[in-house]
Design a protein. Structure first.
Length: 505
């Protein structure tokens, strides 16, 4: 938390404003007038106020220049009690054209009339303030591909020699007449402390024609000719943070499992999903709708030609007619489940429909396990009877009848024994789930993602090939929906937003 300072009339007031695609922000500070002649990093500013806001409606369609001016005018209005001083205030912006546009008597011939009128009204508002506009140089973010930048400065021996002359000599180095510089051990050039120089040396040894080799190979290549005390740590940090290596790295970061929805009694939660199969030669069906009761694992199967909403709604109504209405449904986000018909059906029966995160089959694992077991069972029976895979529906009927027979055995028990069974099964199931999550957590890495971070997001490639890149980005984490689900935004136009599980970040 940053403490705010009390306004001091003897200090100079400064207003820093900026705007992005969807929001704007401003910081008001006070500083000694003499500090303004120093570099920005050496000025001692004391914050007076912070402002921010989001663009909504038609504001989102404003051009960049209007969003920048709006941030200045709106900040000046809200902070008038801090900025109205005899000596005025200093206005800082990174947009050079704003200095000209804030002049109410200026005009731009190529600007639309409505846009010129709006900017003129804003510039007239700014005439009520005394301020000195200044332009701040934009800080350039280091390139993710430094060797591809024309201005990249390759590290040279002469540069290192010059740096050694202005740096205190450590005890471990000695003069080399052959190389005309200070060396460490067996003629390895000592590189004086400089973050920028270390980064450039690591970039040459790791990227480009070096082929983005691993940490050991990169460190070995650097140790062949130079040395500095933190070489191993710097190389390790550089290789691990190389965005190209991260994006093309195989595997997935293991994450601990979070809590899932489960039942504590019969017909409390159901899971349903479509299973894709080859076309049956008799019925021409290609899908099976699997509906499973979470508590008893009782399952019903419905064959269908297409994974449509009609089959799903009809199967749910049949289930409710036989066993009663289920208050909680769990499915993935397929269009056959996430649509207006199923939404109206859930509202009419008073049920809550929970959708699992896209591309996270483990989140819908209760029914995915049934799909896997069903496939195994059908393959085994088809193999035993020497039947073609195109005759799977005859095997499915046998599987369905067996499942229905199984539930009748449970219904034959008395009400008292059922109540005791419910409590025992619920406690046992919870204990097993906690044990399974603990085993998973022991091998997993806890998520360290929060709003404001920049991450790579896994994408699903429709037609993958050996050179396809799975991880795309960087993307900006906008907000955390839960401890495991995050909303991210693309940095490029049109700034699309998407939701991802933490294991896919």
């Amino acid at each position: 938390m940053v403490p705010l300072a009390h306004p001091d009339p003897l200090l100079a007031a400064c207003l820093y404003c900026d705007a992005s695609q969807g929001s704007w922000g401003a910081i008001c500070t006070q500083v000694n007038e003499s500090d303004l002649s120093k570099p920005l990093s050496k000025q001692e500013h004391h914050p007076l106020a912070f402002l921010s806001g989001r663009f909504t409606g038609a504001q989102l369609r404003w051009p960049t220049i209007e969003k920048e001016v709006y941030a200045i005018v709106e900040s000046a209005k809200r902070l008038e009690y801090l900025l109205l001083r005899p000596g005025g205030f200093h206005l800082f912006t990174d947009h050079r054209n704003l200095v000209y546009l804030l002049n109410p008597f200026a005009s731009v011939s190529g600007m639309q009339r409505y846009q010129a009128d709006k900017l003129q009204r804003w510039s007239m508002t700014m005439t009520t303030y005394r301020f000195t506009p200044s332009v701040i140089q934009v800080v350039v973010v280091p390139s993710i591909s430094p060797l591809m930048v024309d201005k990249f400065e390759w590290p040279t021996l002469q540069e290192i020699r010059d740096a050694q002359k202005t740096t205190e000599q450590p005890d471990l180095v000695a003069w080399s007449g052959e190389l005309e510089c200070l060396v460490f051990g067996d003629k390895r050039v000592w590189v004086p402390d400089s973050r920028d120089r270390f980064q450039r040396i690591c970039a040459v040894a790791h990227a480009g024609r070096s082929g983005h080799r691993g940490e050991r190979a990169t460190a070995a290549a650097i140790r062949d000719w130079c040395w500095w005390p933190s070489l191993a740590d710097d190389v390790s940090r550089f290789v691990l943070s190389c965005i190209h290596c991260v994006a093309t790295r195989n595997g997935r970061e293991p994450r601990p499992y979070g809590p899932a929805i489960h039942a504590t009694k019969l017909n409390d939660v159901i899971h349903f999903d479509y299973l894709t199969l080859p076309e049956d030669e008799a019925s021409h069906n290609k899908y099976v709708l699997v509906v499973k009761d979470d508590f008893s694992s009782f399952t019903e199967l419905y064959s269908a030609a297409d994974p449509d909403v009609g089959t799903c709604a009809d199967a749910l109504l049949q289930w409710f007619y036989r066993y009663g209405i289920v208050p909680q449904w769990v499915t993935d986000q397929g269009t056959h489940f996430k649509n207006e018909v199923i939404k109206i059906l859930a509202a009419n029966v008073g049920a809550n429909h929970h959708f699992t995160t896209a591309y996270c089959p483990w989140a819908n694992g209760t029914v995915e396990v049934v799909n896997r077991l069903l496939l195994k069972c059908m393959k085994a029976v088809l193999s035993e009877r020497q039947m073609s895979p195109s005759k799977w529906e005859s095997v499915l009927d046998r599987r369905g009848n067996a499942a229905r027979a199984k539930i009748l055995e449970h219904l034959a028990a008395t009400a008292a024994s059922l109540e005791a069974m419910h409590r025992e099964v619920a406690v046992t199931s919870d204990r097993r789930r906690l044990q399974a999550r603990a085993r998973r957590a022991a091998e997993a890495k806890p998520p360290s993602v929060s709003a404001g971070d920049f991450v790579l997001a896994a994408t699903v490639i429709a037609l993958p090939n050996k050179l396809a890149i799975k991880w795309q980005g960087p993307k900006h984490v906008v907000r955390a929906l839960t401890n495991w689900i995050f909303e991210v935004e693309d940095l490029n136009e049109p700034h699309a937003k998407s939701t991802h599980h933490v294991s896919l970040l």
